[in-house]
Write a protein that binds this ligand. Structure first.
Ligand SMILES: [Fe+2]
Length: 402
């Protein structure tokens, strides 16, 4: 549900009755819920951006439902629920709500509301009081309207709390318009709890409540028994891990290199089909680069986890396969810069005779090797600076409009 006024919502009788969370009692099925203080864990995370929609997710510690109240003014006034097929959300770990019908380049204020639910039986469902987040605001992508953009790119954080704290502390001072988290957020995904913790309150920090985040999937993010649940927390514009996003003069193109080893590597036990997945992205990429918002942008920046280029031969099958399938299209599509991670060693490969764009690789995951890449562009010039965690500059790359 999207764009419903608060008055209509109230009239529907669906706002929780104020009051303490119901105490534990035995349900009709004889199961007694242990008494637990309901908590919202961390701040909301704004993701899956398009000029007219976003997705907002937040973590909870027990069974609850939730919605988002939002509006262009601080009085909010509209509500969006995460309901699907006639049911409002009910989840013990994550609430996620997509808001549609927004205006491009517009600031929206919002707050996330959670209501604990004691689900004691099909006919014995009890609501607690609403828990409201503080009011935050974000700006929707402008579809190219603005003459400038600033973005930050982090990668290969691998659940390292000191690195996450260092990066998010720096980003709090200068958040920019967009944050890209370029893969290997995880070591591998073993539990849903870990999914919520690492993406929604990493190192216990709020990081994308006010400035949105875009995720690019890394090879470690497709590993582990719960890797298939990544999409329950991480959201993308159309539920694919490859997408474009135009903000000011830059069209960002996010791609997914998948696993680094071949699909028939024994460690995957035959469960990976990433060669076919990269082939599928090749066709998508050829189309995406010709769309007006990408083709006509002053600059095109690719964000992808595994480097496509490097010492010959590239030591990672995923990157080499992607290069074979995407390189000609990227050149034809006039890509200006590729930003990668994965190697844990920062690097810059300048453009050469066969590759008219440079490849900037961030470091990580230990604090001493971690990097924060900042990108600033106007309609004539794009500047990428790679910083260490202490803020010092490793390298600066100035790219003129072609
Ligand atoms: Fe990686």
């Amino acid at each position: 549900m999207s764009g419903v006024s608060r008055r209509d919502w109230l009239r529907s009788g669906s706002v929780a009755v104020a009051g303490a969370f119901v105490p534990a009692v035995a349900g009709a099925d004889g199961i007694v819920r242990p008494p637990q203080d309901f908590k919202v864990l961390g701040a909301p995370v704004v993701q899956a951006l398009t000029p007219t929609s976003v997705s907002i997710a937040w973590a909870v510690n027990d069974t609850s439902t939730g919605w988002v109240e939002y509006g262009e003014g601080e009085t909010l006034g509209s509500m969006a629920g995460g309901d699907a097929d006639g049911l409002r959300p009910l989840d013990a770990r994550v609430q996620r709500v997509r808001i549609e019908g927004l205006r491009p380049g517009t600031r929206y204020h919002y707050r996330a509301v959670s209501v604990p639910i004691a689900f004691l039986g099909a006919y014995d469902i009890r609501r607690g009081r609403p828990y409201e987040s503080r009011t935050y605001s974000f700006v929707t992508p402008d579809a190219g309207a603005a003459g400038r953009v600033s973005a930050a790119i982090i990668n290969d954080t691998h659940e390292q709390p000191d690195t996450l704290k260092g990066l998010f502390t720096q980003l709090a001072d200068a958040p920019g318009d967009l944050l890209f988290w370029n893969g290997d957020m995880f070591n591998d995904i073993a539990t849903e709890q870990q999914l919520a913790e690492q993406l929604l309150y990493p190192a216990g920090m709020a990081y994308a409540a006010a400035r949105p985040v875009c995720f690019a999937r890394g090879n470690h993010d497709v590993r582990g028994a719960e890797a298939r649940a990544l999409g329950r927390v991480l959201d993308t514009p159309d539920r694919h891990y490859f997408f474009t996003l135009r903000q000011g003069p830059v069209a960002f193109i996010v791609l997914d290199t998948g696993e680094d080893k071949p699909d028939d590597a024994p460690v995957y036990a035959g469960l990976g089909t990433f060669d076919a997945y990269r082939t599928r992205q090749a066709a998508w990429l050829a189309d995406a680069l010709t769309r007006a918002e990408v083709r006509d942008a002053p600059f095109r920046v690719v964000v992808v986890h595994i480097p496509l280029y490097g010492e010959k031969p590239v030591p990672f099958h995923g990157g080499a396969d992607a290069r074979d399938k995407w390189h000609d299209t990227l050149v034809r599509g006039r890509v200006d810069l590729m930003i990668t991670g994965h190697t844990h060693r920062h690097a810059w490969l300048p453009p050469d005779a066969t590759r008219p764009f440079g490849q900037l690789t961030g470091g990580g995951p230990q604090p001493a090797a971690a990097t924060l890449i900042r990108l600033e562009a106007d309609t004539q010039r794009l500047v990428a600076r790679m910083h260490r965690l202490d803020g010092s500059v490793i390298s600066e790359h100035v790219i003129a409009r072609r």
